[in-house]
Design a protein around this ligand. Structure first.
Ligand code: ADP
Ligand code: MG
Length: 435
């Protein structure tokens, strides 16, 4: 094996999606003679794919490690290149995607429990197919693969096939070209547990849908477990055959939602201890980051990596990660904390936002719109000013401290329930941060 290529593989592993990396890049054989790095594909299909889709990434990885080397991409002479030798590829499970590495919280409790139960009892589960759906970066692939790992631990002879949907489509396309569609079907039908990742991508791909329907029925009738992930409830997928929708909705469909604050902080704390990151976070700082990065787990991981790079490159003592360090490291991801803002400024911004006057906020008016604005202003004063509840009440027409608490609780609830209120709140805060 060429030394340069071994280094390149490490780079490519981080720049190319895992599925693509393991299916197309890993099988390449590399020979190096000081001037040329020859990358030999097992067949022309792989060679063509590399030339078309991955050549530029490979080129820049090679240039990073050895600028002088020319690259030649060919087919390995030792391997049978007849089209009929084309074999579908299964993607290995990602080692880290186990139940042990998953943090449990409200957001994934149901899905976690169901997945575990299914994996522990793969042959007798009533939940077939099982579909985990939700937005990107929320842990669908991780959870699905955790089922694969656990099922395999319980029963090492079990055949677990993990298939990112686009690999399935690619396999179908190639097998049509090579006239090996039956082989492909047999391959997938040999699974005891079939894990199909991102099934929504099958939308609009008619031939793949047709073949998938047969494979699905075969496995389902043979009482083999099938697990899917999807970015939305399958019944909502456009351009998906009705018969597939019907099959999918026969099973258990569970929603994975974004993690709540404490879960996000717990994920940060767990990942910070991971060997790959290995930085010292305390709970306060984790909560601080989690308070700002609310979208999904992948973004939390991105933030941790950025923080790690900052700590490593600035050669600071990694036991000293404070909120200020986090602000410096994460820049735009963490908007500067706004504190001690004057109550008058808050009242002005809130009144302006709701097209009211400042005195409306202190008035006795019970109009719904005015009440909402008043409660919002009180909530933000509580959050950003240094005033006590009593003093805040005084600033809003001498209201007492229980009214202030009531207002705070109202907005707290509304921020969770109403996107409109959340948008109002974010916008006002943004304005206050930029005063
Ligand atoms: P999805 O498939 O929903 O887009 P992934 O399964 O790829 O998301 O997850 C994105 C990243 O977040 C992965 O690195 C995964 O390990 C991590 N992750 C997601 N949920 C959790 C969790 N509950 N605990 C720990 N890590 C998680
Ligand atoms: Mg995924």
């Amino acid at each position: 094996m060429s030394k340069t290529w071994t280094q390149c593989l490490n780079t490519l592993k981080d720049t190319i999606p895992l599925a693509q990396y393991s299916v197309w890049v890993q099988p390449l054989k590399a020979l190096e003679d000081g001037q040329t790095l020859s990358l030999l594909a097992p067949n022309t299909q792989v060679k063509d794919y590399i030339n078309k889709n991955l050549k530029s990434q490979i080129k820049s990885a090679v240039a990073q490690h050895n600028k002088q080397l020319k690259i030649f991409i060919g087919v390995s002479p030792n391997v049978d290149q007849k089209p009929s030798a084309y074999k579908p590829q299964a993607t290995p499970l990602f080692e880290d995607y186990t139940f042990d590495n998953l943090v449990l919280g409200n957001a994934n409790q149901m899905a976690y429990g169901a997945t575990k139960q299914i994996a522990e009892n793969i042959k007798g589960s009533p939940y077939n197919p099982f579909i985990i759906y939700g937005g990107s970066g929320l842990g669908k692939t991780h959870l699905m693969q955790a089922a694969g790992h656990l099922a395999k631990t319980k029963n090492p002879n079990l055949k677990v096939l993990y298939v990112p949907l686009m690999d399935f489509v690619r396999n179908i396309t190639s097998s049509l070209r090579h006239n090996t569609i039956e082989d492909i079907k047999l391959f997938y039908q040999s699974a005891d547990l079939l894990l199909v990742d991102d099934i929504h991508l099958i939308a609009g791909k008619e031939k793949s849908q047709e073949e998938f329907f047969h494979i699905f029925n075969f496995l389902f009738n043979g009482k083999k477990q099938i697990i899917f992930t999807c970015d939305q409830p399958p019944k909502n997928i456009k351009s998906l055959e009705e018969r597939l929708k019907t099959r999918f909705s026969q099973g258990l469909n569970l929603h994975l939602t974004p993690p709540e604050l404490e879960m996000r902080a717990a994920i940060l704390l767990k990942k910070a201890q991971d060997q790959k990151i290995n930085i010292n976070l305390n709970e306060d700082v984790a909560l601080f980051i989690a308070g700002h990065i609310t979208s999904n787990v992948r973004d939390l991981e991105g933030a941790l990596l950025k923080l790690k790079a900052f700590v490593d490159f600035s050669k600071m003592d990694s036991t000293m990660i404070s909120k200020e360090v986090v602000e410096a490291a994460l820049g735009d991801l963490i908007k500067p904390a706004i504190k001690n803002i004057d109550v008058n400024d808050i009242q002005k911004e809130v009144a302006k936002h709701y097209a009211l006057t400042v005195s409306d906020l202190s008035s006795k008016s019970r109009k719904q719109h005015t009440v909402l604005a008043r409660q919002m202003a009180i909530y933000i004063c509580h959050e950003l000013s240094a005033l006590s509840l009593n003093k805040i009440g005084k600033q809003f027409g001498n209201r007492d401290h229980s009214t202030v608490i009531h207002a705070i609780n109202k907005i707290k609830d509304k921020l969770l329930e109403s996107k409109e209120t959340k948008d109002d709140y974010d916008l006002i805060k943004l304005k206050l941060a930029n005063l």
